[in-house]
Design a protein around this ligand. Structure first.
Ligand code: GSH
Length: 215
């Protein structure tokens, strides 16, 4: 199964780590910002990453890709079946997607990606998002994180993976999340990053991230 995209994208990381949790082997082929193999160009009408290619089946959007992978390998290890837990897991996935698109990308795109693409960054927008918008996100998570340290069913699920992925990107270029102010969030993020599926995805993107930061 091919995932078209760039490993440092929060949406690509989510899909890659989800695949690992499900025991699905994926090959990541570089795509994004107008470039990519034919399967990406055909499969992603808005040109966004990730896109999936499985034989002649093309699909884009991380949530759709995860739905496909979960249907191929049914089981509640990542998406619980109990109705409230399942619905809350989907909420946290939406939450992560909203954080990534509305806030995280203002910070990561402008501080890291724009420079690497030689585009004019809006560093003021990044600063405002870091100072005014991320604290609201951290406050929310600090309030909802249970004592177990996992968002749903007191165990690692898609909820934790999806909510953490954009925050991992922010952490590449911001030290705004402090354990003094948000101890539960900081500890939770460290736990998610230590999860083998996430740790492996992060290790495989590390060189690319460093290269982008140094540009
Ligand atoms: N809803 C999509 C969002 C994907 C997305 O926004 N990807 C970003 C990278 S993190 C992208 O491709 N941006 C390039 C562009 O908008 O042209 C998903 O979940 O996959």
């Amino acid at each position: 199964m091919i995932i078209h995209g760039a490993r440092p994208s929060p949406f690509v990381r989510k899909v890659v780590a989800f695949a690992a949790e499900k025991g699905i082997a994926v090959e990541v082929q570089t795509a994004g910002f107008g470039r990519g193999a034919e399967g990406f160009m055909k499969g992603s009408p808005f040109g966004k990453i990730p896109a999936l290619e499985d034989g002649d089946f093309l699909l884009c959007d991380s949530t759709a890709i995860i739905t496909y992978m979960d249907a191929l390998h049914p089981g509640e290890e990542m998406i619980p079946t109990e109705p409230k837990a399942r619905a809350r897991t989907i909420w946290y996935e939406e939450f992560g997607d909203t954080v990534a698109q509305a806030i995280g990308q203002k910070i990561f795109f402008n501080r890291v990606v724009a420079r690497a693409l030689k585009r004019e960054p809006d560093l003021d927008a990044a600063d405002v998002a870091e100072a005014d918008e991320m604290p609201t996100i951290y406050d929310y998570l600090e309030g909802v994180l249970p004592e177990s340290g996992w968002l749903v069913e007191d165990r690692f699920t898609l909820a934790d993976l999806a909510a953490a992925c954009p925050i991992i990107n922010v952490g590449y270029c911001s030290d705004g999340l402090t354990a003094d102010r948000w101890p539960k969030v900081a500890a939770w993020l460290a736990r998610v990053k230590a999860r083998p599926s996430v740790a492996e995805a992060m290790a495989l993107e590390a060189d690319t991230v460093q290269a982008m930061i140094q540009k």
